[in-house]
Design a protein around this ligand. Structure first.
Ligand SMILES: Cc1cc2nc3c(=O)[nH]c(=O)nc-3n(C[C@H](O)[C@H](O)[C@H](O)COP(=O)(O)O)c2cc1C
Length: 253
């Protein structure tokens, strides 16, 4: 099993300590090839906002850096841990840039084989931090999230023990998800996501040619799976309302 941890802190601090503990727990459960990508050390340039990756395809990003090799590493992993400290109630700047550089995968999901664990550490606002982290690798299967209070000061022994238990539980969930690898059947939220993007893509051959091509061949969902007809109907109605609202605001072409 291969697990990759994407580290969003600008230093090897509390987040690193936490993820190292997760690594130890996972290694108790299975033979795991565990590696770290420290965003502070890789060459991942700041998104320039040209929209080429989203509109025309990620292969047309003008930035020449480590993005493609990072993506290949993620795609080859069974599990991905996204770790960030909470800074001003949000993800770190390094992690935000990582999120932006992978934003194309929210339009055209591709990380279907990756089980995802989110780890936010800080004092407050960690739910918001994890909700941002969850919108990073389109298609990945979020199996657990940790919100760990970690200030620059020491934690109490009681809290340390509680965190250890939470880490053990989360490591178990990640392990089981990687072991029983199967593509998740879509939730209502995922179906709505799919239907909105598919509909928008069908109206946007010129504006979003990459989306247009991606969704053209997809019928019920991103991948072949059983789709609950009731959920699908509800998703269709919600997607139609969403796209109708957008059509009043945006010229699709
Ligand atoms: C620039 C900056 C902003 C921060 N903002 C918050 C915050 O909004 N809320 C909070 O509780 N902690 C905040 N913290 C504290 C860190 O989230 C906390 O110490 C975290 O565990 C550090 O993780 P790290 O050592 O992995 O970088 C901030 C720290 C820094 C350096």
């Amino acid at each position: 099993m291969k697990v990759i941890a994407i580290m969003g802190s600008p230093h090897k601090g509390k987040g690193f300590e936490i993820v190292q503990k997760i690594e130890v727990e996972l290694s108790r459960l299975a033979e795991v090839e565990f590696s770290y990508i420290f965003l502070k050390d890789v060459n991942l340039k700041l998104c320039q906002g040209c929209f080429a990756c989203i509109g025309k395809g990620e292969q047309l990003c003008p930035l020449k850096d480590d993005k493609n090799s990072i993506e290949a590493e993620i795609l080859s992993a069974d599990g991905v841990i996204l770790s960030t400290p909470g800074y001003a109630m949000n993800v770190s700047a390094l992690m935000k840039n990582f999120i932006d550089r992978f934003a194309h995968s929210l339009h055209r999901p591709k990380f279907f084989n990756q089980s995802l664990m989110l780890v936010a550490n800080g004092g407050s606002g960690l739910s918001k931090v994890n909700s941002s982290l969850g919108m990073t690798l389109g298609g990945s299967n979020k199996v657990c999230e940790l919100k760990i209070t970690a200030t620059p000061w020491d934690a109490t022994e009681d809290y340390e023990q509680r965190v250890q238990k939470d880490i053990e539980k989360a490591a178990g969930r990640l392990y089981h998800s990687m072991q029983n690898k199967k593509l998740a059947s879509p939730s209502l939220g995922n179906l709505i996501w799919f239907r909105i993007f598919k509909k928008m893509a069908s109206l946007s051959e010129q504006n979003l040619p990459a989306d247009y091509e991606y969704y053209r061949t997809k019928t019920d969902y991103f991948y072949p799976t059983r789709v609950n007809p009731i959920k699908n109907g509800v998703a269709g109605i919600i997607a139609n309302i969403g796209v109708a609202t957008m059509k009043k605001q945006v010229k699709f072409k």
